[in-house]
Write a protein that binds this ligand. Structure first.
Ligand code: GLC
Length: 789
């Protein structure tokens, strides 16, 4: 396809290589990030995921040899050969990622697949050859992670996936090649070293991770450019930082968005909404957010209200606010075809809708019936859409839920030749489809930001790489099945590995009827999921925390309260995410990359670096094994100290989700409140688990962008502990936000103190021996050195 290398030329950090038949380019973005590019579709290097200039100035060395070109950075060596074969090595010359030199050759499929189709079986097929295809050598001991919200296990080896945003209501099982999101990014881990590949191509693309042939894995597309990034590690955590350097980090959300959220298709009258709100408060179950699904609208016309069901939305929202609730409303892209409806009229008048190839606005069907699709790839449409948010914000709505933005269509898929503006590059649906939801989220985000001045809360179903900059994402229409609870863990861990830190599933399951036990177990997972939202479909049984029996209600209360207790820790994790690109829900190998036993753990995860969660995801399971990696761990419930690097067995009565804290952790928490901001948190509780450790706690106003100008606080807590004494240091390393803290309450677990000195002066303390041993004391929230012995 490329032919032999004829010559090359270096332009800054770009090496332009003339092959016999085409030009190829290697660009060094940073010593760790290398872009491989060849123009197939258009000359210009255009990305929807990467915004702004990312290339950094760095030292590189380029040398031409008879058979190759060598490019050296301080971290990688790139070798380019004829036919644009590209190999990546580390600086020690160890091959990391090499192009495959053989041809694609599938394992044999015997017999005739169509026979099985008679009985309704789906025929398995390999992908055809692609116009653009990159085949990498597989040595056999690889593990693959990422790819967004794909079904199946954490490790994607042996699986095939498709990037084509798809709204598929059938039960999500392992054979689904595509769901709602297209994030063409993955990490390869081999012999404890990892690297990432990001194939920045918005057309339908395919990934085969050694399913077709175990000698190679590949990715390809039939349109667009050859445009991929090699991202060096070797640590996965570093790759995530670098991938999100390119595509953007999940910004710090408003604090209330991390509270518990209750949704339903649909709370469709003011009375019902108020009844739900009152129940939360009456039953002492914390909750911050209530949702309105499509039935609040007038005939599903976006940006309208059904005035029979909601006579005075503004007043209702005001009442909810007084009770501490925020209201989030759904806004789908489909605009009802309806003359006289202002959104439709404006769209038609200004040519804001996607058209057929002859320029006639394209019509398909979604909830409102005949509907048109705003062309978010046109800048004026994004501006218009962002301005429409004002309608909702003026009513007091605090967040927007963007659904059906794959885009979904009830009368068959959008034809390939539906046309979009693509910021002036007239493009068809095949190019825009996978970024449609991304661009819609972007417009929504901009509007909310403009009209509220606060950090926007947008929740989206469809995503492309980089959507994390604009929205939180949920995994779409799961079902109230145990399999779906089980699958949610690798799904969310892989979403985190794909840059989407702020994500969650419909707790309790969307379709089908939930059971008491399933909801009890799901809420235990939800407690540690960044987006914690219970949602269920029309006509399914009630699924609110109190919808079953008293036991289920109590379990919901317990874990929702635990979530509120841990909010300062979770908020810290979101801050880490904005700064280092690390997810909240982390697959174990992110922190234990040297330990192969962690590589395929599907049913445990780290909640940040300090907390390991091993939920129960099987019906009736009374005990489960837990793998604890190397180190010392403390059982959160019993405070038992356990040495890791082994499997243990934990009993799991229905109200127990096994949780383990890493020794050396200092976990910040608050007294649980009914909602974020109910009371000022003047007292920060710090749960100390002995060991050597450091913890940085972040604080700001929890809603504005002032933190970007430095208006925040950072407290650094450090600990040294021995059998006899614990030394704690409090250091307010950044002090630019007038903190509300007056006191810090320390709980030193598994330690009975005889004396505590704060900056040399003895203070009072309490010893608790009832439940388990701990020493509790209170100090002023200021820099100090504490000696406990
Ligand atoms: C889609 C969404 C679901 C929503 C429903 C009605 O199925 O995924 O969450 O409740 O539409 O709007």
């Amino acid at each position: 396809m490329f032919g032999k290398i004829k010559s090359f030329e270096r332009l800054g950090n770009k090496i332009k290589i003339s092959f016999e038949k085409r030009i190829g380019e290697i660009e060094v973005i940073s010593p760790y990030i290398i872009n491989v590019f060849a123009a197939f579709k258009r000359e210009e290097h255009f990305s929807r995921a990467i915004e702004g200039e990312k290339a950094q100035s760095c030292d590189i060395k380029v040398t031409g040899y008879e058979d190759r070109i060598e490019i050296h950075t301080e971290a990688v060596k790139v070798l380019v050969y004829d036919n644009f074969k590209v190999d990546f090595f580390d600086v020690n010359g160890i091959a990391l990622c090499e192009d495959y030199r053989g041809i694609r050759e599938s394992f044999i499929r015997r017999g005739n697949g169509s026979i099985g189709e008679g009985e309704g079986h789906k025929t398995e097929n390999n992908y055809d050859l692609h116009k653009i295809e990159v085949i990498k050598t597989m040595k056999g001991n690889e593990y693959f992670y990422g790819f967004g919200d794909k079904t199946g296990p954490l490790n994607k080896k042996g699986y095939q996936y498709e990037m084509w945003n798809t709204d598929d209501p059938s039960p999500h099982v392992e054979s689904h090649k595509a769901l709602y999101k297209s994030i063409p990014f993955f990490i390869t881990l081999r012999e404890k070293q990892a690297f990432g590949i990001f194939f920045d191509n918005t057309f339908k693309s395919n990934f085969d991770m050694g399913k077709e042939n175990s000698n190679y894995y590949y990715f390809g597309a039939n349109d667009g450019n050859l445009d991929y990034y090699f991202i060096a590690g070797p640590k996965i955590t570093n790759i995530l930082d670098r991938y999100t350097y390119l595509t953007g980090k999940t910004p710090l959300p408003q604090k209330w968005t991390l509270g518990y959220q209750q949704c339903r298709w649909s709370y469709a009258s003011e009375n019902r909404v108020m009844e739900i709100a009152e129940n939360f408060r009456k039953k002492d179950i914390p909750c911050d957010v209530l949702y309105l699904d499509i039935d609040y609208m007038d005939g599903y016309r976006v940006f309208t209200w059904d005035k029979e069901k909601f006579e005075d939305p503004k007043l209702m929202i005001k009442k909810l606010k007084e009770m501490g609730f925020k209201l989030v409303t759904i806004i789908d892209p489909g605009v009802k075809k309806d003359k006289g409806y202002s959104i439709y009229d404006q769209g038609i008048k200004n040519n804001y809708f996607a058209t057929d190839k002859d320029g006639i606005p394209y019509v398909n069907e979604v909830w409102p019936g005949d509907s048109l699709y705003p062309d978010y790839s046109k800048p004026e449409v994004r501006t218009w859409w962002s301005e429409n948010q004002k309608i909702m914000m003026d009513a007091g709505v605090e967040g927007i839920w963007n659904d059906m933005n794959e885009p979904a269509s009830f009368r068959g898929p959008l034809p390939d030749d539906v046309m979009f503006n693509n910021d002036g590059r007239l493009s068809d649906h095949t190019e825009i489809h996978n970024v449609y939801g991304h661009l819609m989220s972007m417009a929504t985000f901009e509007g909310i930001k403009k009209y509220t001045g606060k950090r926007p809360f947008v929740i989206t179903r469809a995503c492309y790489a980089g959507t994390q900059k604009y929205a939180t994402a949920w995994t779409g229409d799961n079902q109230s099945f145990w399999q779906h609870l089980r699958m949610s863990l690798p799904m969310l861990m892989n979403l985190g590995i794909s840059g989407i830190t702020f994500c969650g599933t419909d707790v309790g399951g969307f379709s089908s009827d939930c059971t008491a036990e399933l909801l009890s177990r799901w809420v235990q997972v939800g407690c540690f999921t960044p987006l914690f939202r219970n949602h269920s479909a029309m006509h399914t049984r009630d699924q609110e925390p109190w919808a079953f029996d008293k036991v289920t209600e109590e379990i919901n209360r317990k874990y929702i309260k635990l979530r509120y207790k841990l909010l300062p820790y979770l908020y810290d994790l979101m801050w880490v995410s904005e700064n280092a690109g690390l997810p909240v829900m982390r697959a174990l190998m992110l922190h234990y990359q040297q330990d192969e036993k962690t590589y395929e753990i599907n049913d445990e995860f780290m909640f940040g670096e300090n907390i390991l969660v091993a939920p129960v995801v099987q019906q009736g399971q009374k005990a489960r094994t837990v793998y604890l990696p190397k180190g010392t761990w403390i059982d959160y419930w019993t405070k038992e100290v356990i040495e890791g690097e082994k499997y243990i067995l934990r009993e799991t009565p229905l109200d127990v989700c096994p949780i383990f804290i890493k020794a050396g952790s200092i976990i910040p928490s608050y007294e649980p409140q009914s909602y974020v901001g109910e009371a000022q948190n003047k007292n920060l509780i710090l749960d100390v688990y002995l060991g050597k450790g450091k913890y940085v706690h972040y604080g700001d106003d929890g809603e504005s962008f002032k933190y970007k100008d430095g208006e925040y606080n950072l407290y650094e807590f450090t600990m040294e502990a021995s059998q006899e004494a614990v030394v704690l240091n409090i250091d307010n390393v950044h002090n630019n936000y007038k903190t509300t803290y007056e006191r810090f309450t320390f709980n030193i677990n598994n330690f009975i103190a005889r004396e505590i000195l704060v900056d040399g002066k003895a203070i009072d303390f309490n010893i608790n021996k009832d439940e388990f041993e701990k020493t509790t004391f209170v100090v002023l929230a200021k820099n100090s050195k504490i000696l406990i012995r």
